[in-house]
Design a protein. Structure first.
Length: 636
């Protein structure tokens, strides 16, 4: 299944603003000097920020926030610096950056952005009333429509899910904006309604409508007046949104079978534990239907979590809607970077593509001692997510990416890409050797040297092809490893051509290399033998533990468990584990999921990191027609 690229941000609640904030244009301030070099540094910082490299972005912004900071990009830099520090969970420094804007540039067009950012900082500190005040101000007074909308959405989350009735009453007496009063009254009335005090709730909203007739059209007010607000019964429910029909119906059914088997086995093992009701919805692989189903499930206070979906982009859609309502989402399959960053209620049961790529990079450098790498990948979002993360980690570790090559569609003809790799490798080999022996090497014409070297080789060996073309005679020996994060249907094309072009390097791959084990092409094994790859899952079919699991699964469910069933089972295991710790509310469940570590699942260890993503990556090797695990203790 092909994935789509989605760069996200961290800190759940701030998704509504941080990831969508535009690159700022600096307002003209007479005291500021125009420094042309600042532009490149600032834009590089923005690029690093948008790609999730917050430490790198912080370094760039700090370069232009020193003694000579009074330049044309100062307020923009202060805003971006504060956003970056927020991402790095440094609220005190982030606040200082905002206070500088408010102190020195009170008339700046970015004051409303600064106030909104201050609301996010208060949220990080768990100062929810202070955070709500800033969000309500943005909802009422921000000139930017997008900022107005984000303020409204964030304020609604805070008022409905974080503040008490007493805090809401006090806030109502201090607020004058029409949107603020509407949101506060609706949140206060909702709490009364859920407590069974319907008359007080209705009276509150009717008084609101008399002063502001437009408020009658809001969703929350209509629900209160119609009595459609559901009350919690204390029976925990888990909503499940999966494609049970349509293109990915089989995958969805597999996940559901795994979930139900986990529930069955848990009840067998702990008969006295609270029963968990599973509410299943068929998304039919439609993002619109999945979003509507999420809204429906969210309205039931007994639904403590939603599990879904199979496709990355639909999972992201579910996550955005659910997080705005404070409803936790557990993604059992999704691996795209940034899905968990949509909100602090979102969890990914699998390591992201970036996590997998960084892990195999660390294994190659730290465990194997490799120093030089090349990459070949599909020119799409999936390929870029993996290659970008892999390359960044290789750079961080002090190793070298010699070149990156890309392809479109099915890679039936990769001759051009592999010839380019051969030329770059041979040129490097030649230049590295001449740099030591020839004085003044840096001043020599490298193209002339390369041409002379090829002429010499052809004369010496009496051949008509140069070292790049004559791949059968000249092997590339100075590339340690080649990273091929390709689709399963691309494996045979890439592996065969890699061998044909005689590049003596270790193959590193992504999870799709698992499919070589089940390939009907018996010759393929000779091309991919010893390939090492990162995977979200691993199970040994010969081990008793897996054989027992498989037999029990067949006995109770009637089918043989595969990859999707294992993903579903582990998602169910995670939820049942946290429910067994007496998680009674959505917030309880969210906290317990965030604290989940060293849980042994069927696909491997489950260890939720601070970004709410399973950090455990299996490093595997394809060896003599069998996939075997490699020992690698990893940590991000």
């Amino acid at each position: 299944m092909k994935t789509t690229r989605k760069y996200g941000i961290s800190l759940a609640f701030v998704f509504l603003y941080l990831n969508l904030c535009p690159v700022f244009a600096q307002d003209a301030t007479p005291e500021l000097k125009i420094r042309p070099e600042v532009e490149a540094i600032f834009h590089q910082g923005v690029i690093l920020y948008n790609n999730g490299n917050f430490h790198g972005a912080k370094r760039q912004f700090e370069r232009i926030l020193g003694q000579d900071r009074w330049h044309q990009r100062l307020t923009a830099t202060l805003i971006m610096y504060s956003k970056t520090l927020t991402q790095l969970n440094m609220p005190d420094l982030a606040e200082e950056s905002i206070r500088q804007i408010l102190r020195y540039f009170p008339n700046s067009a970015y004051v409303e952005d600064a106030r909104f950012q201050m609301g996010l900082i208060h949220y990080l500190r768990k100062s929810y009333v202070a955070s709500a005040k800033q969000m309500l101000w943005a909802a009422d007074y921000a000139k930017s429509k997008k900022l107005q909308q984000r303020g409204y959405q964030n304020a609604r989350i805070l008022l409905n899910d974080y503040l008490t009735i007493d805090e809401l009453k006090k806030l109502r007496t201090e607020s004058t904006g029409s949107k603020s009063v509407e949101l506060i009254v609706a949140a206060e009335a909702m709490q009364y309604f859920k407590r069974g005090e319907r008359d007080i709730a209705v009276e509150l909203v009717q008084t609101l409508i008399r002063h502001n007739p437009d408020a009658a059209n809001t969703h929350d007010v209509q629900n209160i007046l119609s009595g459609h607000v559901k009350k919690a019964t204390g029976q925990p429910k888990i909503g499940v949104i999966l494609p049970l029909t349509g293109q990915f119906g089989e995958q969805g059914k597999g996940v559901l079978r795994g979930l139900k088997f986990a529930q069955l086995k848990f009840q067998e093992q702990f008969p006295a534990s609270r029963a968990m009701e599973i509410i299943v919805r068929d998304s039919e692989s439609s993002i619109i239907k999945a979003i509507r189903q999420t809204q429906e499930l969210e309205s039931d206070p007994d639904v403590l979590c939603v599990v879904g979906e199979v496709e990355n982009f639909i999972t992201a859609g579910i996550a955005g809607v659910a997080d705005a309502k404070g409803l936790p989402v557990l993604a059992p399959v999704a691996t795209d970077n940034g899905i968990a960053d949509i909100g602090y209620n979102i969890f990914q049961a699998n390591p992201t593509l970036g996590t997998q790529a960084r892990s195999i990079a660390r294994y190659a450098v730290d465990s194997l001692g490799y120093k030089t790498f090349v990459t070949v990948a599909p020119q799409d979002d999936y390929g870029h997510q993996l290659v970008d993360a892999f390359s960044e980690e290789i750079d961080r570790l002090g190793a070298e990416i010699m070149t990156q090559r890309w392809y479109y569609g099915i890679p039936e003809k990769l001759g051009g890409q592999f010839k380019e790799i051969r030329e770059i490798a041979f040129r490097k080999m030649l230049e590295d050797s001449l740099r030591i022996t020839l004085p003044g090497f840096s001043a020599l014409n490298k193209d002339s040297l390369w041409k002379a070297y090829n002429n010499f080789v052809m004369l010496e060996n009496k051949i008509k092809e140069d070292v790049v073309e004559a791949s059968q005679f000249f092997r590339v020996e100075n590339v340690d490893a080649a990273f091929f994060p390709v689709y399963d249907e691309d494996l045979e094309y890439v592996a065969r051509q890699f061998k044909y072009f005689n590049i003596n390097a270790q193959i590193l791959g992504s999870e799709n290399w698992y499919s070589a084990q089940s390939s009907e092409d018996k010759k393929l094994s000779s091309y991919v033998n010893n390939a090492i790859f990162a995977s979200t899952y691993y199970f040994d079919p010969d081990k008793f533990v897996y054989r027992h699991f498989k037999n029990e699964f067949r006995k109770h469910i009637g089918t043989t468990p595969g990859k999707m069933e294992i993903f579903g089972y582990d998602a169910g295991l995670m939820l049942l584990t946290v429910l067994s710790k007496d998680a009674k509310s959505r917030e309880d469940l969210r906290k317990e999921l965030a604290a989940l570590h060293n849980l042994q699942g069927k696909k491997g260890m489950i260890d939720i990191n601070r970004d709410r993503v399973n950090a455990t990556v299996n490093i595997l090797k394809y060896e003599n027609n069998k996939v075997v695990p490699l020992p690698f203790l990893d940590s991000e």
